[in-house]
Design a protein around this ligand. Structure first.
Ligand SMILES: *Cc1c(COP(=O)(O)O)cnc(C)c1O
Length: 377
């Protein structure tokens, strides 16, 4: 079986885990958590990083820090994994979904800015947060959105769970990585992400006070000292030392993972370029995607190709179902028609792209996809 996206754990992972076991620091106390936070902050170029139990918790915490509560509105990408939207409901707030643009597959900035300007003109209440997702490793275009957020006092929060290491190369954010543009950036280290801690996440911010609040609230909001005195309702959202040990080891190799993902994407692109009816993942000007998942758009729906490739021992997956198509979002406002995100989830298929994928295995995937394409045309 050629799997979709497997962890790559052949570096110092075992050595650091053994260190945790040998020293008894397996839980919420231990040196790896701080080490992981510092190394991660440095890698993404953010002044502060707070380790957290998973990416969903990071998004939840970001919304809490932004003061999102019952009745508030949060603008969020329509084409994303369910974990981007769920924390909005945890806070009793209402999502406003935004259709994608074809250029990046991310939320369409024009639709966001138009809505904010319209509300300003009509003197209507503003959403509290714009939660922009960087989907499948491709940075969202944030310049116009960030400007509008500044203008109207709205928090920009980034869900960078799928795009660790993706960068801006042109414009006002040139040289910066995803996650460092908004007030808070959220990352995930789930098993299928570009690096993993088993389960885990990170919240980054340039604001020292926010970082401190995040640390306090994610660790039960206990005041320092022996007394069990909690001055707020806190959360048990901490990352264990065991998970952080994996994180430190994975981070040492993140540069090589990113390079490998780029090589895999280049080879797939070369093989599929020019195939009628097959769309390769976006490579928008001024943005450097990571190709965390390598996903193509087919002319037909994804179901039959998935089955056919599975019969050949090739594991593929469809893209995320647009949020507006699922029951929790039945009554929710959608900006734009939703046709772009609907088309992405109808026709998208992610191909095997583990960093450990062998050249021969990638060749098998390429040949299987080419054959499928010949049969269908
Ligand atoms: C994976 C993912 C998350 C959630 O991260 P977990 O660590 O699995 O909780 C959030 N948003 C997006 C876009 C993701 O892909």
């Amino acid at each position: 079986m050629i799997n979709l996206a497997e962890p790559n754990l052949s570096g110092n992972e075992m050595a650091y885990l053994r260190q945790c076991v040998d020293t008894n620091f397996v839980s919420s106390v231990g040196p790896f958590v701080t080490q992981f936070e510092q190394a991660f902050a440095q890698f993404v170029g953010s002044p502060h990083a707070v380790a957290i139990s998973n990416g969903t918790a990071a998004i939840h915490m970001a919304l809490i820090l932004a003061g999102v509560g019952p009745g508030d509105e949060v603008i969020v990408s329509d084409f994303t994994f369910a974990a981007s939207g769920n924390p909005i409901f945890y806070q009793g707030a209402r999502p406003i979904l935004v259709d994608s643009e074809m250029d990046t597959w991310n939320l369409d900035p024009a639709l966001v800015v138009e809505e904010l300007d319209r509300r300003a003109r009509l003197d209507r209440p503003m959403p509290k947060v714009v939660l922009a997702v960087h989907i499948l490793g491709c940075p969202a275009r944030l310049d116009a959105i960030a400007e509008a957020c500044d203008r109207y006092g709205i928090w920009l929060i980034e869900d960078a769970a799928e795009a660790l290491g993706a960068r801006y190369t042109e414009g006002v954010f040139a040289g910066r990585q995803v996650g460092t543009i908004g007030r808070i950036g959220c990352f995930s280290f789930n098993g299928n992400k570009i690096m993993t801690t088993g389960g885990g996440g990170m919240l980054v911010t340039a604001d020292a006070v926010l970082a401190q609040q995040a640390k306090h609230l994610t660790t039960q909001a206990k005041l320092p000292g022996y007394a069990y005195f909690h001055n707020e309702v806190g959360y048990n959202y901490r990352l264990t030392n065991l998970a952080a040990a994996l994180g430190v080891a994975q981070l040492e190799r993140l540069g090589s993972f990113l390079q490998r993902k780029a090589e895999i994407a280049n080879r797939y692109d070369a093989a599929f370029q020019g195939l009628a009816g097959v769309v390769c993942p976006p490579r928008p000007a001024g943005l450097t995607p990571t190709f965390w998942l390598y996903s193509i758009l087919l002319q037909c729906r994804w179901e039959a190709p998935l089955e056919q490739l599975l019969e050949k021992g090739i594991q593929t997956r469809p893209l995320w179902t647009a949020l507006h198509m699922m029951p929790p979002y039945k009554e929710v406002t959608l900006l734009g028609s939703g046709r772009v995100s609907e088309s992405l989830c109808a026709h998208g298929l992610s191909l095997p792209c583990s960093t450990g994928l062998s050249g021969d295995d990638q060749q098998s995937v390429i040949e299987a996809v080419l054959k499928l394409h010949r049969q269908s045309s």
